[in-house]
Ligand binder design. Structure first.
Ligand code: DGJ
Length: 559
């Protein structure tokens, strides 16, 4: 009897032990799987590059804060709600070197931590901009102990020997001080955010460039200028001779495609060579910053550029940054950077994006002036270039309620892009996604999807809009996705589509079915079955300029 009791008790104990252990294991594995989500990273899908956040593709529906807003909790307080109203999923925000290391070697991350928590609570991701050695061609954000010790932390000099408030990239002291701060920042982000992934990318420095002198004439720089072009750059040029961007190749070719020599021997004498020389050393300095940061916490990292004004010489615009004509120098000198990114304060976005899409460069637009074109351009760049995302600058400005028209349109566009995300994600990199941007200069474009050619017109061009005679056409834009052989999605505004079968031109192409709707939890919901006047009796798919909408349609052919 006792024996039986003892056996019985023993089995209860064993069972309890097993079940305890089982529940322990499962809770550990939940925790583990939470923290085991991969660090935000880039991944190739077909011919596109995707940003992966928490193991899922992520499109940045972003906005960059104006420079000083993210410097106190109080200043950010009224902003969070506004960012949510704009339907942002990501905020681009600076980290000032002077604020995290006010005294040499003593770091203070309290403000940053509090802001990260606020972002997290608002369900927003962060792209942090490291305002370190350089911000807009200046060194305004370096701490006072760097500013006040010019002997230790030397600056760029112009050809008259005058110093400028730009740290020289030729000083190891400058590099080491920035490196220490950046490494400490990345270590801190890893420790504080490594399990949450609120911070998804980092931009080291900001709009690096030389202004108002094209070349640094500091003695350290002069020394380097006399030396031969580093072998690393010469090797890259020879290896990639046929792929170099034409603007750069022309310079090298004009001087005889020399494979060694000083900067002036290889590239000729002139401001263009001064710029190439500076670009190389800026790129090398940035590479060390990026490498050291990624070694600690390998988030994707990009550098941004202030675009050069046409017909200006180096030194008259912020020169030597990651500009299109210097892509090769930056790719060779800073191989660990993930993207070279343009900032837009001038028109012609297509012209510049086409330049930045060369050399396998993944497109990401960290800054665009917050004007009435941003909604259309977000659709265009995310559709046409399958860019990682888009971000108007000074996103929190005009804190008016309700939203102004341009803000409202951006909010609606971000909402529809977010809705179509699942079908964007699966069709990426397979020539099934397009983006259009139409205005009074580009009223119509042709797109090809499989057998079909789409004629895409600005609705103003067709005379349907109430103000279509006005000269002041609002830009319009759309993303079009071929989701199946004959099934398409349209997400946009102010665009009309007509169709032609180019594989078999004897056939006519008609609309089999058209729906206006929305995605909820990834499922398509029909709001209206579109026909009659809404499709011009089956002739086209369209939405007016004030109708930011998603439509699903299928095409068919008849004789
Ligand atoms: C581009 C810079 O990157 C931003 O930080 C800001 O200074 C804008 N220009 C202009 O306001």
């Amino acid at each position: 009897m006792i024996k039986i009791k003892y056996k019985y008790l023993l089995s209860i104990v064993i069972l309890l032990f097993i079940s305890c252990n089982q529940s322990k294991t499962s809770s550990i594995s939940e925790e583990e799987s939470e923290s085991a989500k991969s660090i935000p990273h880039l991944k190739k899908q077909g011919n596109a590059t995707e940003l992966i956040v928490d193991d899922q593709p992520y499109t940045i529906l972003g906005g960059e804060l104006s420079n000083s807003t993210f410097t106190s909790i109080e200043s950010m307080e009224p902003v969070w709600e506004r960012l949510k109203t704009l339907n942002l999923n990501t905020v681009l925000a600076p980290v000032y070197w002077e604020l995290i290391e006010p005294t040499e070697g003593e770091f203070d991350f309290k403000l940053l931590d509090d802001l990260i928590i606020k972002a997290r609570n608002n369900d927003l991701k962060l792209v942090l901009l490291w305002f370190g050695s350089w911000k807009n061609s200046m060194s305004s954000h370096v701490p006072s102990w760097v500013k006040k010790n010019q002997e230790k932390y030397p600056r760029v000099k112009d050809d008259s020997g005058k110093s400028h408030e730009i740290l020289t990239p030729f000083s190891n002291n400058n590099l080491q001080a920035d490196l220490t701060a950046f490494k400490t920042l990345m270590q801190h982000i890893k420790e504080f955010d490594g399990n949450n992934h609120t911070v998804i990318m980092v931009q080291p420095e900001n709009e690096i460039g030389m202004l108002p002198t094209a070349r640094d004439y500091h003695p350290l720089a002069n020394e380097k200028f006399k030396e031969d072009v580093p072998k690393e750059l010469m090797d890259y040029l020879q290896k990639n001779e046929r792929e170099l961007v034409p603007e750069f190749y022309t310079i090298w070719n004009k001087n005889g495609l020399k494979i060694n020599g000083t900067w002036e021997e290889v590239f000729g004498k002139g401001l263009h060579t001064d710029e190439i020389f500076m670009a190389w050393y800026f790129a090398q300095y940035t590479k060390q910053i990026i490498d050291s940061g990624k070694e600690i916490y390998p988030l994707p990292m990009f550098v941004n550029a202030a675009l050069n004004r046409p017909n200006k010489n180096p030194g008259e615009y912020p020169s030597a940054g990651p500009l299109p004509h210097l892509m090769d120098v930056w790719k060779a000198g800073c191989s660990s950077v993930d993207m070279l990114s343009p900032d837009f304060y001038f028109p012609n976005i297509k012209y510049w994006c086409d330049l930045y899409a060369r050399q396998n460069n993944t497109l990401f637009i960290p800054e665009h002036r917050f004007d009435n074109t941003v909604a259309a351009k977000a659709l265009f760049t995310i559709g046409h270039y399958e860019s990682l995302g888009f971000s108007p600058f000074s996103i929190e400005q005009i804190p008016s309620k309700p939203l102004q028209p341009k803000e409202e349109k951006l909010a609606k566009v971000y909402d529809i892009i977010n809705q179509i995300k699942p079908i964007l994600d699966i069709n990426k990199g397979q020539n099934k996604i397009e983006g259009v941007l139409l205005d009074k200069d580009v009223k119509e474009v042709l797109l090809v999807f499989g057998d079909y050619e789409f004629k895409v017109s600005h609705t103003f061009n067709l005379g349907w809009e109430p103000n279509s005679s006005s000269e002041n056409w609002e830009p319009s834009g759309a993303i079009i996705i071929q989701n199946d052989e004959n099934e398409f999605f349209y997400a946009g505004f102010g665009v009309s589509l007509t169709f032609k079968n180019i594989k078999n031109p004897n056939l006519n192409t008609g609309i089999l079915k058209a729906e206006k709707g929305y995605f909820k939890n990834g499922n398509w919901n029909v709001y209206q079955h579109l026909n009659g006047d809404q499709t011009h009796q089956g002739r086209h798919i369209r939405s007016f300029n004030d109708d930011v909408t998603i439509q699903r349609f299928t095409l068919y052919d008849y004789e």
